[in-house]
Design a protein around this ligand. Structure first.
Ligand code: GLU
Length: 485
């Protein structure tokens, strides 16, 4: 769709850039909708972007100037929401693209936020903990001065290269600089549980990836088209990236889904074992030896990139963007590509994979588990109470009362031991983790059904269907605000 004459003309994947790639996918979906062009332009545009440079003192006493960004893609809902990544190649194009993906992602899973993303241009491995703390605090200070952070403004979260530790520095900095708003805990998510975090956030993106793949594989008709049996049991899976997302996704797929993890790729190379790898054993081996290579019983693959081409049912790129391009897409052997990372497949590579009949489970849907559980954390911070705190004991007693009533009503009495066992098994109130996981499972299942319905109705691929769903929901928000007809 020629949406904007100022857009670059037909482009190869490198000249298009990451934001251009996302907009190409957006354009494919926009063609399937009937919104006026002006509305589509507004949805596609990146509203605010800030770049700043600040000095920090290194441990050796030298001064280094650090560059940081924050992009707020869409304010159709407030606050805006999205992670902060620490990576050497962070740039304006990347944060704009990632913030756009956040807007679409939130819309797809009905999380009421606009999209944002931040980044700091550093390789976190080259900095000490003290240096990282100075960088994080200063970055937060800059965000705050420019009004790019706050519980109702813009709420960061972890992303590549950041985690709980950085989120708690961010929160503490906000408190130190005098944010004594009652809701100030909600200014960042992904915090440690003891500091306002929610149980289940750390593994949420990986767990969401598991629910999403399980959902996609549950439709017999769709699996038949790929020549696969429905369900996850014994599906051969290759995972690229054993970071927070890849690790939890692979572990849950193995342990709860009964899938066979046949390949794992990391920076140092990859390993392959068609009989199946134990994710935790591989992690333990890496901790011991510094590398996943030379894992007992597995074959070493020389590069992480080569592992993407291994034979398998499901390929999960869970590291960085742009790892499947027009160069390697023809050699991908998987029947399903499940995008746990943001933007791992270029738009042109996606065309090639679709032509090969590969089922793409797109990032905008599949890795939305992180922001979904961030939403639950934000709600917890605003309500100032742990999820389930008021209802847990009540639910427990209720379940016990029901069981005792059934016992009394049935002609034959349960024996007391059986009754006690039943009470133990079913008579428990939901913990915060149970509630978070069940909310996440429901969100991922609902969203997949919606996307699949659009896919069937419009006869388009899954990614286009996901974008159509996002565009429709964002357009509806603007309409409800009375901004557009
Ligand atoms: N960084 C994650 C993402 O890309 C999570 C964002 C959030 O929780 O706000 O989806």
């Amino acid at each position: 769709m020629q949406m904007n004459t100022e857009s670059p003309p037909a482009q190869d994947e490198s000249s298009l850039g990451f934001f251009g790639q996302v907009n190409r996918m957006f354009g494919n979906a926009a063609e399937q909708t009937e919104h006026p062009l002006g509305v589509l332009y507004q949805i596609r545009a990146c509203d605010n972007i800030i770049r700043f440079e600040f000095p920090i003192k290194r441990d050796d006493g030298t001064i280094q100037v650090i560059r940081g960004y924050r992009a707020e893609h869409s304010h159709h809902k407030k606050p805006t929401k999205g992670g902060i990544r620490y990576a050497p190649n962070v740039n304006v194009d990347e944060v704009m693209a990632l913030s756009a993906l956040m807007s679409y992602k939130c819309a797809i899973v009905d999380v009421p936020f606009g999209g944002a993303k931040g980044g700091v241009c550093i390789d976190a491995r080259n900095y000490s903990q003290d240096e990282l703390e100075r960088i994080t605090r200063r970055y937060t200070f800059e965000l705050s001065r420019k009004d790019f952070i706050g519980p109702g403004t813009d709420v960061p979260a972890p992303d590549y290269g950041t985690g709980e530790r950085e989120m708690s520095w961010i929160m503490d900095t906000m408190h130190q600089i005098g944010d004594d708003d009652l809701n100030s805990l909600a200014c960042v998510t992904g915090k440690p549980v003891g500091q306002g975090g929610v149980r289940g956030r750390t593994e949420a993106t990986g767990r969401g990836v598991y629910y999403g793949i399980r959902e996609a594989c549950s439709f017999e008709e769709d699996m038949q088209e790929l020549g696969l049996a429905p369900g996850l049991e014994n599906k051969d899976i290759v995972v690229q990236g054993l970071g927070n997302v890849g690790y939890h996704a692979a572990k849950i797929l193995e342990e709860e889904g009964g899938a066979n993890i046949v390949g794992i790729a990391e920076i140092e190379g990859a390993i392959h074992d068609p009989t199946g790898l134990s994710v935790d054993d591989v992690v333990a081996h890496r901790e011991e030896t510094g590398s996943i290579l030379d894992f007992p019983g597995a074959e070493d693959i020389e590069t992480s990139a080569k592992a993407l081409e291994l034979p398998c049912d499901i390929l999960i790129p869970a590291a960085l963007e742009g790892v499947i391009t027009t160069d390697n897409a023809p050699r991908i052997q998987a029947s399903i590509v499940a995008e746990a990372a943001n933007g791992p497949v270029t738009s042109q590579a996606d065309d090639i994979l679709q032509e090969k009949g590969v089922l793409m489970i797109p990032d905008v849907y599949l890795n939305a588990g992180g922001v979904t559980v961030s939403y639950f954390e934000w709600l917890r911070n605003l309500s100032h109470v742990r999820h389930g705190r008021m209802s847990r004991r009540f639910e427990e007693r209720n379940a016990e009362r029901i069981l005792r009533a059934v016992d009394e009503l049935t002609a034959e009495d349960f024996d007391e031991d059986l009754l006690e066992t039943l009470i133990e098994q079913v008579g428990f109130g939901a913990s915060e983790r149970d509630l978070v996981n069940s909310g996440l499972e429901d969100t991922m299942a609902q969203a997949y059904t919606e996307i699949r319905d659009v896919r069937k109705e419009k006869n388009v691929d899954t990614r286009t269907a996901a974008f159509v769903s996002a565009i429709n929901k964002i357009a509806q928000s603007y309409q409800q605000m009375g901004i557009f007809p």
